[in-house]
Design a protein around this ligand. Structure first.
Ligand code: KIV
Length: 290
């Protein structure tokens, strides 16, 4: 099917065998995510921070790409997500959105770009949408962020919520810890989930939440839940791509390593260095005559 005039991105056919929440190569939209949940089809989401990886994941049929503020610790050399700026997110968001024609692209609002109130949140979200070509923004927090979600949604910008372990609040939460354990904490988390939905969010990420709590929230919400360390009884799964692909020696317990790209890349660099030093590269094949 041809692109609509609202969707200027290039059209590519998905590779054979790829399944997605849409049955064709069109851009995934909010209603496809809702329909996938209704049909009981799992939604797939990976983080992406640049054009080449985004293009690969898009061609692989990943439904949603998250330009996460995890760019801070995965790509920019920060220890946490806290130093990430709106400029960082806009630059990465533009690269990812421009390299994709299929995935629903979500850009994180970084720490400090929405907490001051609905006005600040709306201004940040509008900038992301104007300058990146993304389909939605994501922000952390439940009841504390409901007014912000409402203001952004009222402007016609889809919002994805983020509950459970929220990395921007890692100092308050005492580091990466499971959230929602015990009856009281599970009830608080459920109230947050309801408030995110009532504020208008189109979906919610549940991070490091006990399996049973994530399953219960998924049951009573009407919007899709995307889990990361939240067990299998959610509507979809998201992983940080560098964890999923084994780019570093360590991955969190909730991530499966589908490749060992870090080792492969290091080996490729070592092979290149070895051949340069030995004179094996370049050969005439890689050289130009007069
Ligand atoms: O920034 C990010 O990568 C995220 C995921 C952990 C969901 O928010």
């Amino acid at each position: 099917m041809a692109n609509t005039s609202q969707d200027p991105s290039p059209q590519t056919d998905p590779p054979a065998g790829v399944r997605s929440v849409t049955s064709d190569a069109r851009r995934v939209r909010v209603h496809h995510l809702r329909q996938a949940r209704e049909r009981g089809e799992k939604i797939t989401m990976l983080t992406a921070y640049d054009a080449p990886t985004a293009a690969l994941f898009d061609a692989a049929g990943i439904d949603m790409l998250l330009v996460g503020d995890s760019i801070g610790n995965t790509m920019l050399g920060h220890a946490t997500t806290l130093p990430v700026t709106l400029d960082d997110m806009v630059r990465a968001g533009r690269a990812v959105a421009s390299a994709t024609s299929h995935a629903f692209v979500v850009v994180d609002l970084p720490f400090g770009s929405y907490e001051a109130g609905p006005e600040q949140a709306l201004a940040s979200a509008v900038r992301v949408m104007k300058e990146t070509g993304a389909s939605a923004v994501k922000l952390e927090g439940g009841r504390r962020s409901a007014a912000q979600i409402q203001a952004i949604t009222a402007a016609g910008i889809p919002v994805v919520g983020h509950l459970g372990y929220t990395p921007q609040a890692e100092n308050a939460l005492g580091g990466p810890r499971v959230q929602g354990r015990g009856d009281d904490a599970a009830e608080e988390l459920s109230q947050d989930a309801l408030s995110v939905q009532e504020a208008g969010a189109v979906g919610v990420v549940l991070e490091m939440v006990p399996v049973e709590v994530a399953a219960r929230i998924t049951e009573f919400l009407q919007i899709p839940t995307i889990g990361i360390g939240a067990g299998p009884h959610v509507d979809g799964q998201v992983l940080v791509w560098t964890d999923m692909a084994g780019m570093t020696d360590w991955s969190p317990r909730f991530a499966r390593r589908y490749a060992e790209l870090g080792r492969a890349l290091q080996q490729a660099a070592a092979d290149f260095a070895g051949e340069v030093r030995s004179g094996a590269f370049p050969t005439t094949e890689h050289s130009f005559g007069q």
